[in-house]
Design a protein around this ligand. Structure first.
Ligand SMILES: [Zn+2]
Length: 393
């Protein structure tokens, strides 16, 4: 289904600037190399009114999350440390609010929420698997999608809340406005909502078109998030840029508190996003990356892929690369091993199995955000780093 109105403001003037063609659901890893992967258009548009960047094709949730294989696990050690520091920071900065109740939207396996177990709390997550893990960790969880209706239910039972978290949630929802309406409804007058999203300007500056896949429906700047929140009576009180997921934006939303100097600073740095040229160049840059990658791979006898994150699916499908060019893929995630990158037929091997396979002339480093540790841990290989522009390491 093609979107005709903005997910945040409802405006119908959506300007398409990136077309990556047809691509399969990024994490629907197939059991066999020839298994058919349904493909859907992958196009990005920017709203002419609120500047929210969004996918035009809205793949239904049951197709998106019901096809292949979804992954969850207890967070990695670095992510757990990130959550511990995040929880401590919010408790220090807004003392007393947690005692008035904490809700985490998209709590997953409770890795952040567990730091608030001593307070009245509830996590909301539509995926029963991760929610069960959160419950095992002692968190109260509601297994449901979140929106205004769920918020009304929680508020009627628990009253208005002091803290609401929604980390890496708004990117994935079909209706941004409904989720923000729910968050606003839950908050006490002096309550704070902590919202973290991947940061669009980093994606544009880094040519990271591979971060575009169907699960990732919305891409925010501070300005577009401020605009979406304002519709529901919330404003950005504070902002922080973090390095999670290739660059993330963390904001504190409030009804009462004024914006800090940091908010003005980040807002000013985003002036360039008001011009359509900020977006329009992305198509040409993605196509140049495709041409150059194909040339670099053609120059070598045998090549393979390193890393099978969701973004590898977008990268390989857009570039028209499959098992004819890339012999196999190496990934350390046990649940992916033995399966295949959607649309490519490329089998995912464990590092141990790959050591027994033929050594490639170069690895295409699909997990390029982990380039430094991967290259350091696997000396003696040649690496093709695809993003922001293909280079040989
Ligand atoms: Zn809009």
């Amino acid at each position: 289904m093609k979107r005709t109105a903005c997910s945040a403001c409802g405006h119908t003037d959506l300007d398409q600037f990136l077309d990556l063609g047809l691509s399969p659901i990024a994490d629907a890893y197939t059991a066999t190399p020839d298994e058919d992967s349904p493909k859907f258009p992958l196009q990005l548009a920017v709203c002419a009114k609120c500047r929210l960047v969004q996918l035009l094709e809205v793949v239904p949730a049951d197709v998106l999350f019901g096809t292949g294989y979804s992954f969850y696990s207890s967070a990695s050690a670095p992510l757990s440390a990130y959550h511990a520091a995040y929880a401590a920071d919010v408790r220090d900065r807004y003392p007393g609010l947690a005692t008035r109740g904490v809700v985490e939207v998209g709590c997953n396996d409770g890795d952040l929420l567990r730091h608030f177990r001593a307070f009245p709390h509830v996590g909301v997550d539509p995926s029963s698997g991760p929610a069960a893990v959160a419950a095992e960790r002692g968190c109260e969880v509601l297994v449901e999608p979140f929106g205004l209706a769920t918020a009304q239910l929680i508020r009627s039972e628990r009253g208005p809340q002091g803290l609401v978290f929604a980390n890496h949630v708004l990117a994935h929802v079909e209706d941004v406005s409904d989720v923000l309406a729910g968050i606003a409804h839950l908050l006490r007058n002096n309550g704070i909502a902590m919202v973290e999203v991947q940061y669009l300007p980093d994606l544009l500056v880094n040519n990271a078109f591979d971060l575009v896949y169907h699960e990732h429906r919305n891409f925010f700047s501070l300005s577009s998030l401020e605009s979406a929140a304002a519709t529901h009576g919330l404003r950005v009180h504070d902002v922080e840029l973090t390095d999670r997921q290739g660059g993330s934006l963390r904001v504190a939303l409030s009804r009462q508190l004024s914006p800090t100097a940091r908010v003005f600073k980040v807002r000013m740095s985003e002036q360039w996003l008001n011009d359509f040229s900020a977006y329009a160049g992305m198509q040409g840059r993605a196509e140049r990356i495709r041409t150059r990658l194909r040339e670099m791979l053609a120059d070598r006898d045998i090549t393979a892929v390193y890393g099978a994150p969701a973004k590898a699916t977008t990268l390989l499908n857009f570039c028209g690369l499959d098992r004819r060019q890339l012999a196999y893929c190496v990934d350390t995630t046990a649940a992916k091993q033995g399966r295949h990158i959607p649309g490519t037929g490329i089998q995912i091997l464990s590092p141990d199995t790959a050591r027994g396979a033929v050594r490639p002339g170069a690895f295409l480093l699909a997990a390029h955000n982990y380039a430094r540790p991967i290259v350091a841990a696997n000396p003696g290989n040649q690496w093709i780093l695809p993003i922001p522009a293909p280079v040989l390491l």
